[in-house]
Write a protein that binds this ligand. Structure first.
Ligand SMILES: Nc1ncnc2c1ncn2[C@@H]1O[C@H](COP(=O)(O)OP(=O)(O)O)[C@@H](O)[C@H]1O
Ligand SMILES: [Mg+2]
Length: 434
């Protein structure tokens, strides 16, 4: 245990920053340069253990290889009698576990994505360089404040597993036997069964548990003992994150559950894939491609629910009517009838006042069919014209026959040629003799 003012090699201790089971981290100042750093030293009782000391210093070598903006930089190694230490950039800010301990409600989905996108970028890089972290959890993720901007850093590659790509022809990670186990709450089921079983997908499981905690502000696995917690992990027993936080974005829920799948092959294959799922997480518009539209002429009176075929070809099921996404033309309407509005009652205008309006209304131009019909149809007249015509013809005939009678000198009208006797009212039938 170091105290303020202690000097370790060229570094003077200012204060303690944190620490776990095997090491402690201090804020230190370089005595010659005055620069501020963090110094992580192995606990004094463990320094004597050569294997532990070697493994601890390995962390420095592994992390020093990983130059990435979201991975804490190791700048130096300090080895002195009774001391083994790693010198690192000093980070201003707080670790994710401390941040989560202080939040009153779950961070917003945007904040969750902003933090986690950076964690995944760091781990994608580490994995691509053959390094599996094996101890990913909130206390190993740091939220640094750089000129008011948040930069996320992944720390503590102390139990990382390294694949030596130069010596392994197939590029498989090479396990170092006897490595320390991870923290039970964030360990993958396969890591619990065997520390040597870890793969990239084991880190992805731990990241899923971490994302669960970040997005809901509640730890995923809790129990009275490490054994109880590990049993839950192996069985996949946990409360769904959307139950813990009902406001959880659906895409975040999906990503968490996929990352935490019991079988490694069902998880994301890489942190890049995991990150892509977070970007795509905005929920797609529900069935936007098939908005319900019905021709105007056939609009049903009411259709509160829509029958749509199931994508897998099963029997169609009733689903809630989707909101229309496009309303392309006036010829297409929603199946749901428009709400009936009762118009304000207006006093009826007097008939004579309304009539001119009707008269002014221009007649619609006749259609071609109507015109053709008009040409073929017989001329139409009004019936009284025919009556007048017949009366006139009768008069002319009467007047004509009287005139002929007068000219021929007889008083009796002549019978038509070869015709029947003409009956005169009040007279006897007569015959015309020659
Ligand atoms: N470079 C750093 N700058 C500031 N704080 C740090 C730094 N490194 C670690 N810490 C703090 O110390 C804690 C423990 O560090 P870590 O490397 O995780 O040690 P351990 O192996 O004991 O878990 C971190 O959670 C963080 O709060
Ligand atoms: Mg740690």
């Amino acid at each position: 245990m170091l105290s303020p003012g202690n000097v370790v090699e060229r570094y003077e201790v200012e204060r303690e920053l944190g620490g776990g089971g095997m090491a402690r981290v201090y804020k230190v100042r370089h005595v010659a340069l005055g620069s501020v750093h963090a110094l992580k030293v192995l606990d004094p009782e463990l320094v004597g253990n050569a294997e532990l000391r070697a493994r601890f210093l390995d962390e420095g070598r592994i992390q020093a290889r990983l130059r990435h903006p979201n991975i804490l930089v190791i700048t130096d190694v300090v080895v002195a009698p009774g001391v083994a230490g790693l010198v690192m950039d000093y980070l201003e800010g707080e670790s994710l576990d401390k941040y989560l301990a202080n939040v009153k409600q779950p961070p917003s989905p945007d904040e969750v994505r902003d933090i986690f996108r950076q964690v995944l970028a760091a781990m994608e890089f580490a994995h691509q360089h053959g390094v599996i972290h094996r101890d990913l959890k909130p206390s190993n993720i740091f939220l640094e404040q750089v000129h008011g901007r948040r930069v996320v850093r992944v720390l503590d590659f102390g139990i990382a597993k390294v694949s030596d790509k130069l010596s392994d022809a197939e590029g498989r990670p090479v396990a170092r036997p006897g490595s320390r186990m991870g923290t039970p709450q964030y360990m993958s089921p396969e890591q619990i069964r065997s520390a040597e079983e870890v793969t990239v997908r084991s880190d992805i499981f731990s990241l899923g548990v971490t994302l669960y905690e970040l997005a809901t502000a509640q730890p995923c696995f809790q129990g009275e003992s490490d054994a109880a917690i590990m049993e839950k992990i192996v069985r996949g027993e946990f409360v769904s994150p959307d139950v813990v936080h009902p406001g959880l974005a659906p895409g975040l829920r999906t990503a968490i559950l996929r990352a935490m799948a019991l079988e490694p092959e069902r998880r994301f294959a890489s942190c890049g894939e995991f990150a892509a799922a977070l970007v795509e997480e905005a929920p797609a518009p529900v069935r936007a491609a098939t908005p319900l539209r019905v021709p105007v002429t056939r609009a049903p009176v009411a259709a509160p629910r829509v029958r749509e075929p199931e994508p897998d070809g099963n029997e169609p099921t009733f689903v809630p009517r989707p909101a229309p996404v496009q309303a392309p033309a006036a010829r297409v309407v929603e199946a749901r009838p428009a709400p009936v509005r009762l118009a304000e009652p207006k006093p009826a205008a007097p008939l004579e006042k309304r009539a001119p309006k009707l008269a002014k209304k221009p007649a619609p131009p006749p259609s071609e069919e109507a015109e053709a019909e008009q040409e073929e149809a017989p001329p139409r007249g009004k019936p009284w014209r025919w009556v007048l015509l017949f009366a006139l013809a009768g008069l002319v005939a009467l007047f004509g026959s009287a005139l002929i009678g007068m000219l021929s000198g007889g008083s009796a009208p002549s019978a038509p040629k070869g015709g029947a006797p003409v009956t005169r009212p009040g007279g006897s039938p007569g015959t015309r003799s020659r």
